[in-house]
Design a protein around this ligand. Structure first.
Ligand SMILES: Cc1cc2nc3c(=O)[nH]c(=O)nc-3n(C[C@H](O)[C@H](O)[C@H](O)COP(=O)(O)OP(=O)(O)OC[C@H]3O[C@@H](n4cnc5c(N)ncnc54)[C@H](O)[C@@H]3O)c2cc1C
Length: 182
């Protein structure tokens, strides 16, 4: 049996696990063992944007269900979670939009030290540099009308792309994906 020695063991190569393993190994000094229960992400239904629904209840999904829900007539609700390299980040719908600053500040006020908006803002800005932040082009006319209808109701248009909202309102989100093999 091969013995593997590591300084760090990261369990789960999902969204958080991959970032963590990348950071821990960045110096080149530490040995990092990244363990993943699922298989490869080199499969068309992961690579092709928009194919996420095909991954539901597939071999790349844990197939979780809730307990029977009294408020839903005893039905169990399907809860997709990725079981594949990249985790749910490989099976999600790629929408990227920032959270509302007030929420982060409230978490910090409740004791989540380091999670205030001013703490996390530089991280969002780093992410922004890696993805499109412009308003999506060639919007369907219905999207324009939807946004206009929101404005009529007092929902102001709040930034587009990953720059996201500073307060509740309506916005166009952007989707992110890497080129296959990239
Ligand atoms: C269908 C769907 C659509 C979504 N759409 C969006 C979206 O459009 N935009 C957005 O921002 N977010 C979206 N999300 C949410 C986002 O993908 C998740 O919040 C994020 O990926 C969670 O990251 P995580 O690291 O916590 O968990 P995951 O990415 O789920 O990673 C957990 C990993 O751990 C592995 N694992 C679990 N147990 C073990 C074990 N015992 N041993 C080894 N490995 C194990 C799993 O297989 C998985 O790979 C979506 C999520 C889903 C499921």
């Amino acid at each position: 049996m091969e013995v593997v020695e590591a300084d760090w063991i990261v369990i789960g190569a999902g969204t958080a696990g991959c970032v963590l393993a990348d950071r821990l190994s960045a110096s080149g000094r530490d040995r990092v063992l990244l363990l993943e229960a699922g298989g490869t992400d080199r499969r068309p239904d992961v690579i092709v944007p928009g194919a996420a629904s095909r991954l539901h209840r597939s071999s790349a999904d844990w197939g979780f269900y809730t307990t029977p829900q009294r408020g839903l007539g005893g039905r169990r609700v399907y809860v997709p979670r990725g079981k594949v390299l990249g985790g749910s980040g490989s099976t999600n719908t790629l929408i990227a939009i920032r959270g509302v600053p007030l929420d982060y500040d409230e978490w910090a006020a409740m004791g989540a030290e380091g999670w205030a908006w001013e703490d996390v803002r530089p991280v969002f800005e780093r992410i922004d540099r890696r993805m499109p932040t412009e308003r999506p082009k060639d919007l369907h006319p219905l999207v324009e009308r939807y946004l206009a209808a929101g404005a009529e109701l007092g929902l102001r248009s709040i930034g587009t792309g990953s720059r996201g909202p500073s307060s509740p309102g309506s916005a166009c989100s952007v989707s992110t994906c890497a080129a296959a093999g990239g």
